[in-house]
Design a protein around this ligand. Structure first.
Ligand code: C2E
Ligand code: MG
Ligand code: MG
Length: 711
């Protein structure tokens, strides 16, 4: 016989076979095993389809869980075996070739849905059964004389044969009769039960209304009630029940007896607790997981006045290296050890530790005093990590970075708190790790807007949110306007106008600087051409445009620039590109080549912010530069009177060196007339600063130039 590979249908049937074998022994079904298996096939198919469906639908899992009850699988053991079977085999036999991780997650969700469907269907069925029994019991009480015997016989049959516990007591609570099912539940004998009083059966977990409802019933003010109630068995163990108590009246309607129907829910409760535990704990470390942590945090954050919370967000330093070099098994053991140590750090009431995933853990403390406690908690955690962890004969040093957030309840939501903790943890990491940092709302805000701005940048360019302001460059010799520097701004829909220092570094980081820089160049060149057209008398107005280091290395720089100049009809000598000194320090010939090409075409290249980069002055000769822009810090030294003589000497030295190399000198940041005069005396050629004009819209420059031309 040749082995044919199984098709999906074969595999589905194999799954149904395994399932039926596991569950059949614990069912109350009258079907044979093969018949029972046939009943499971369509259920298996539903599970298989739900497992691979594009979107998860919990109704499918719930329906399968409910169908188990219809198939007489009413024992909690049947559910438990079903879930084990689904957990172990569903993905294997019915998963197809989807992502294993996604399938496993889906399988876990299906199991939870099945358990919920099972529990609900069982409850509904039990209630229906209870109603039927209560009706029979009530009928038995209201008998007419001649039918008494027959009805009583029927009642006895129901009473003794019922799978549900039944007890009858008088209105003083003396127990008169109990059936076998009830005796079995309590694990006692009839002697032990008889003569006991209902009111002795208190339990610490009784809900407050349990005994109030009881009083109302025996007074005759209520016909029945339904509660979930625990009892102590004679051996001291606890029995959980769904309890329905009804009032039995005599023929005249006067209250006479109470009838209790109880269903044993102990195992189902344990199963629910287990399911709940599994859904809220991390399988590897046994710590509470993200779900449970968020529940607790949410509770802590909505606690009343005067309550506070403190959160330590821990991420191990270099955990990936351990995983990569020693393998995942070693990584897992390390995490388990760390989890144990963390747990021992947070044992006081109101404290908890959870694993959020990967190598991320959190410790939470709550109460009125967390300002002090959270620091102590972080100290304990750092101390707990100090001793190396032994794995496979190696001593591994564990380090971690912690972000701490502390504050009053009622101000922030869980997501916001966790984000702040996360940002702070990264701050601790970038400060070198193995330390904790305290959240700082300002640093948070900066990081948040930095993140927000970065993601908003690309769309901002498409939506036309950038604009350019122009700041005049003035000749120190005759005070005439020589040109203008283009300075880009972002009109952000929420934050208003943002200066380039806020977003240029982000644009450089994300690469958006290339299209943004090209746009600035295009706009400013067109603007320069417009000034020339409108105002021919004042001589050519030149335009300075800043270039970012990323643009320097972009292969399209030269061709884009030529193209833009040609399309606007502006001669290359009207354009000056500003490059910061730091971008050119140590630049090799390859980097300088495009600049050199542009310089050869007649474009001026200015070395911006000169004096901040400590470049070798002798190096200037190598660079294709024709203008030095002295950084604002030099001008600042001249603000007071008399000016700092050392500053004066330096500027004088730079100017004479520049002139000897045929470079002209522009000064930035001129804010007073005294500064302007001083710089003129020192031999600077051009100046820029608030003394002349702040950066502004293009027509302002036009006005300035007009004044200059006529005045
Ligand atoms: P920068 O090229 O050195 O530009 C001069 C900066 O000094 C401008 O700041 C200007 O507003 C400011 N300033 C001018 N006069 C005075 C003054 O008298 N006192 C003081 N305190 N400041 C003065 P802004 O506009 O914030 O630009 C900052 C930097 O952003 C620029 O420095 C430039 O490096 C960069 N930048 C601006 N636009 C662009 C652009 O389109 N592309 C690139 N890559 N960078 C740009
Ligand atoms: Mg500049
Ligand atoms: Mg500058």
């Amino acid at each position: 016989m040749t082995a044919e590979p199984d098709g999906p249908e074969d595999r589905l049937r194999r799954f149904a076979t395994i399932w039926s074998r596991a569950v059949f022994p614990v069912t109350a079904t009258s079907l044979t095993r093969p018949e029972f298996e046939q009943r499971l096939v369509p259920l298996a198919r539903r599970l298989s389809e739900a497992l691979r469906a594009r979107t998860f639908d919990s109704a499918e899992g719930q329906a399968v869980g409910a169908a188990l009850i219809d198939a007489h699988c009413t024992e909690p053991e049947a559910l438990s075996r079903t879930l084990d079977c689904v957990d172990a085999y569903l993905v294997l036999y019915c998963g197809g070739d989807g992502s294993q991780e996604a399938l496993r997650t889906r399988s876990a969700r299906l199991q939870h849905a099945m358990a919920a469907g099972f529990a609900r269907a069982l409850r509904e069925r039990t209630l229906t059964e209870q109603e039927a029994i209560a009706r029979a019991a009530l009928q038995a009480q209201g008998v007419v004389a001649d039918a008494l015997h027959a009805t009583e016989a029927r009642f006895r049959a129901v009473f003794e044969g019922a799978a549900i516990g039944i007890g009858i007591a008088d209105l003083d609570g003396n127990l008169l009769q109990v059936n076998n099912a009830l005796l079995r539940m309590f694990g006692g004998t009839e002697q032990l039960m008889r003569g006991r009083k209902v009111t002795d059966w208190t339990h610490p977990e009784d809900a407050p209304q349990v005994w109030r409802l009881y009083e109302e019933l025996v007074r005759g003010d209520r016909e029945h009630y339904h509660v979930e109630k625990a009892f102590y068995r004679p051996d001291g163990t606890v029995l959980w029940t769904n309890l329905t108590v009804s009032l039995l009246r005599d023929a005249d309607g006067a209250p006479q007896y109470q009838l209790a129907l109880m269903e044993d829910t102990t195992e189902r409760r344990l199963l629910n607790l287990r399911l709940r535990y599994e859904a809220t704990h991390d399988a590897l470390t046994g710590l509470p997981n993200r779900t449970l942590f968020f529940e607790r945090l949410d509770k802590a954050l909505s606690a009343g006045e005067d309550m506070r919370f403190g959160l330590c967000y821990l991420d191990l330093d270099g955990f990936k290296t351990i995983n990569d070099s020693l393998g995942h098994a070693a990584g897992d053991r390390l995490l388990v050890e760390v989890a144990d140590r963390l747990q021992s750090c947070a044992t006081a009431p109101g404290e908890m530790v959870a694993r959020l995933g990967g190598d991320e853990f959190v410790a939470l403390t709550t109460g009125p005093d967390t300002e002090r406690e959270v620091d102590a908690l972080a100290d304990r955690i750092m101390n707990a990590l100090v001793t190396p962890v032994r794995i496979d004969g190696r001593e591994l040093t564990v380090r971690g970075s912690i972000g701490i957030v502390e504050g009053p309840a009622g101000e922030r939501g869980p997501a916001e708190v966790l984000r702040s903790a996360d940002i702070t943890m990264y701050r601790a990491k970038s400060a070198g790790g193995n330390r904790y940092e305290l959240a700082d709302p300002e640093a948070d805000a900066r990081a948040i807007t930095r993140h927000g701005l970065t993601t908003a940048l690309p769309a901002a360019l498409d939506r036309g949110e950038f604009f350019i302001e122009y700041q005049p460059l003035v000749r120190l010799g005759d005070g005439g306007v020589h040109g203008a520097e283009a300075l880009v701004r972002w009109l952000h829909p929420q934050h208003g106008v943002l200066g380039p220092d806020r977003f240029i570094p982000l644009a450089e980081h994300t690469g958006l600087i290339v299209p943004l820089g090209r746009w600035v160049l295009e706009q400013s060149v067109r603007q320069a051409r417009e000034w020339q057209d409108r105002h021919t008398g004042a001589g050519p107005v030149r335009i300075n445009v800043n270039l970012s280091p990323c643009q320097l290395t972009h292969p399209g720089l030269v061709s884009d620039t030529v193209d833009i100049l040609e399309r606007a009809g502006l001669e290359p000598s009207a354009l000056c590109l500003e490059v910061t000194e730091s971008a050119l320090i140590g630049a090799d010939d390859d980097l300088l080549k495009p600049l050199r090409r542009l310089a050869e075409m007649g474009v001026d290249i200015a070395l911006d912010d000169f004096g901040t980069g400590y470049s070798n002055l002798a190096n200037l000769r190598r660079l294709p530069v024709s203008i030095l822009k002295l950084d604002r810090s030099f001008t600042q030294g001249m603000q007071q009177f008399p000016a700092d003589p050392v500053d004066l000497k330096i500027v004088e030295g730079i100017v004479s060196l520049a002139h000897s190399l045929d470079l002209s000198v522009t000064v930035e940041g001129v804010e007073t007339g005294a500064q302007a005069e001083q710089l003129r005396i020192l031999g600077c050629d051009t100046a820029q600063g608030w003394y002349y004009a702040r950066p502004g819209p293009p027509d302002r420059l036009h006005e300035l130039a007009l004044v200059d031309a006529t005045g």
